[in-house]
Design a protein around this ligand. Structure first.
Ligand code: SIN
Ligand code: CO
Length: 391
């Protein structure tokens, strides 16, 4: 199948970013004209039966006080056989890391930085199935892939943030939608973070792809940064910076941690924040953290083997779900792959990130530099790259 392309006739990417991105919901009818789901509900159910796959079944009881029950995977056929005729939905995270046909959709969204993409979650619901009214903290493009779903959603700040305490899901206590639409295959509903929404399947064939984006939270960023500072300090050993107070005067209250001490420690930390490599390493590691950890090959691979095989015409390719990004670091770059950052030549980092495959033509400029083969050997050894045609 040719790669899916978004139909930008109604709105350009620039206009979308200016007007809707992180600001307002946008109902994009026939964003992918003639779209046909690359997977079936059966494919999704099969995936949900695998051990490493993150899957949930949510069963909705509409009678009385509406309620939703969550079951966590992996599932087996009997779990599906036990489902009622109506009101259930199967949700599988990071399907793009498991099924190439779903991963192919990612390129349609490359008008956004690729590092912002988190995953493609796929849900299959039978009639009346849904996960209840809720709020997500992330931008999402809800693509209707098959069947129909009725979406009700609110304006950005319209709903109160109280959640029902009696349920496993974060279901909103009150939900007052301002918009309603039935989505058909190829339609997209874009929602910025913080918009209350609820999707209910209109038929038994409802497949929805949630193309979700990641936005690092301050806690994760701070903890990654702390790790980077600690790792560098360990490397520096006795020369790592430390609090010092030359010229101190005798304190009136020896139990008081004075403002000068606090200021000196603030400066100590500030200097770490101002060390470009440390913060960039933290950012690069965090945003390239894969949803599904790569599988390391059984044997270590030698740089000389990589060089010989690339020279003989073999191609390395990114494994499914592998995440690549680069950051400028002076005249060099940090190449960050699946949560690990390495300092390298800026053009090489850009050339490696731009393509899913690595072959001789792409590397000719650096082929005499032994560092290149060492870098590729490390990326193969960490499971992020594999030879084309080999499992
Ligand atoms: C779904 O696909 O059922 C839920 C998606 C969402 O509301 O975020
Ligand atoms: Co949602």
């Amino acid at each position: 199948m040719p790669p899916a392309r978004l139909d930008w006739r109604e709105l350009s990417p620039d206009r979308f970013l200016e007007r809707y991105w992180q600001r307002e919901p946008w109902l994009w009818r026939q964003a992918l004209p003639g779209f046909q789901s690359p997977i079936t509900p059966h494919d999704l159910a099969e995936l949900a039966c695998q051990d490493e796959v993150d899957a949930r079944l949510v069963v909705h009881e509409p009678d009385g006080e509406p309620s939703w029950t969550v079951h966590h995977g992996p599932f087996n056929q009997a779990d599906f056989d036990d489902m009622p005729a109506e009101g259930w939905t199967l949700l599988v995270q990071a399907v793009d890391a498991w099924l190439p046909a779903v991963a192919d959709l990612v390129t349609a969204f490359d008008f956004l930085p690729t590092w912002r993409l988190d995953d493609i979650m796929v849900s299959h619901a039978v009639s009346a199935g849904g996960v209840g009214p809720h709020i997500d903290q992330y931008d999402v493009f809800l693509l209707q892939a098959a069947g129909k779903r009725r979406w009700r959603y609110g304006s950005r700040s319209g709903s109160s943030l109280a959640f029902r305490a009696d349920l496993d899901l974060r279901i909103l206590e009150t939900f007052e939608p301002t918009h309603e639409a039935i989505l058909e295959p190829g339609d997209i509903l874009y929602l910025p973070p913080g918009v209350a929404h609820e999707g209910v399947a209109v038929d038994d064939a409802c497949l929805t792809f949630s193309i979700g984006f990641r936005a690092p939270g301050v806690a994760d960023l701070a903890s990654r940064f702390a790790d980077a500072v600690a790792e560098f300090a360990e490397y520096q050993g006795d020369t790592a910076p430390r609090y010092a107070d030359p010229g101190m005067t005798r304190p009136a209250d020896p139990t008081l941690i004075g403002d000068e001490a606090v200021a000196a420690m603030t400066t100590l930390l500030q200097r770490q924040l101002d060390t470009p490599a440390l913060l960039r390493q933290a950012i690069g590691e965090l945003v390239t953290e894969p949803r599904v950890p790569p599988t390391m090959p059984d044997k270590q691979i030698e740089p000389a083997t990589i060089s010989a095989r690339i020279g003989a015409g073999d191609t390395l390719e990114r494994v499914l779900g592998s995440r690549w990004a680069h950051l400028a670091l002076g005249t060099d770059a940090l190449l960050c792959v699946d949560g690990v950052c390495r300092q390298t030549d800026a053009d090489l980092a850009a050339a490696l990130c731009v393509s899913e495959t690595i072959e001789q033509t792409r590397l000719s400029r650096w082929q005499d530099e032994p560092e290149l083969w060492g870098l590729l050997a490390e990326l193969v050894s960490q499971g992020s790259l594999a030879w084309h045609g080999e499992d």
